[in-house]
Design a protein. Structure first.
Length: 156
């Protein structure tokens, strides 16, 4: 069932039946009143409505991507998991270089593969510390990295 009217949320206007994950696409650009510009990327790991990331693995991947990505750029605003568990939103301020965004993601996911622990995986620093999977996060990162050449292609 397709919506007849344009929705307020950008991703609700994306036909999820014609995208081909994995991919990285620019999902939105917002300019602040002082001229700062936020670029939001849809980083899709899983094919919508066909597969999803299990929560412990997704949770660990979110911790690691949030921590490790900031080793490669001071322009990162946020990395947020999608509620559908198929990907993340990756937001940067005053940084519109798509190739560099792909490079940051590639280096970040490579760091995930080399990790020996999940950062901030404890009750003091995490709101649900019992729900983590280092090995699950590594498997997701490896699967995404194995298809690195496909990231710029959103549609089949």
């Amino acid at each position: 069932m397709k919506a007849d009217k344009k929705m307020n949320v950008e991703s609700f206007n994306l036909d999820h039946t014609i995208v081909k994950a994995p991919y990285v696409r620019l999902a939105g650009v917002k300019e602040g009143i002082n001229g700062d510009v936020i670029h939001k990327y849809d980083v899709r790991f899983c094919q919508p409505n066909k597969e999803h990331m299990e929560m412990p693995a997704l949770h660990s991947l979110e911790h690691m991507m949030a921590e490790f990505s900031r080793n490669y750029s001071d322009k990162i605003v946020d990395i947020s998991p999608m509620g559908c568990q198929t990907g993340f939103y990756f937001s940067l301020i005053n940084h519109d270089d798509f190739e560099d965004v792909l490079h940051i993601l590639e280096k970040t996911l490579s760091d995930v593969l080399g990790a020996t622990e999940v950062p901030a995986c404890n009750e003091v620093q995490c709101g649900w510390a019992a729900s983590h999977s280092l090995e699950g996060a590594k498997a997701i990162a490896k699967k995404m990295l194995d298809k690195r050449s496909e990231w710029p292609q959103v549609f089949a």
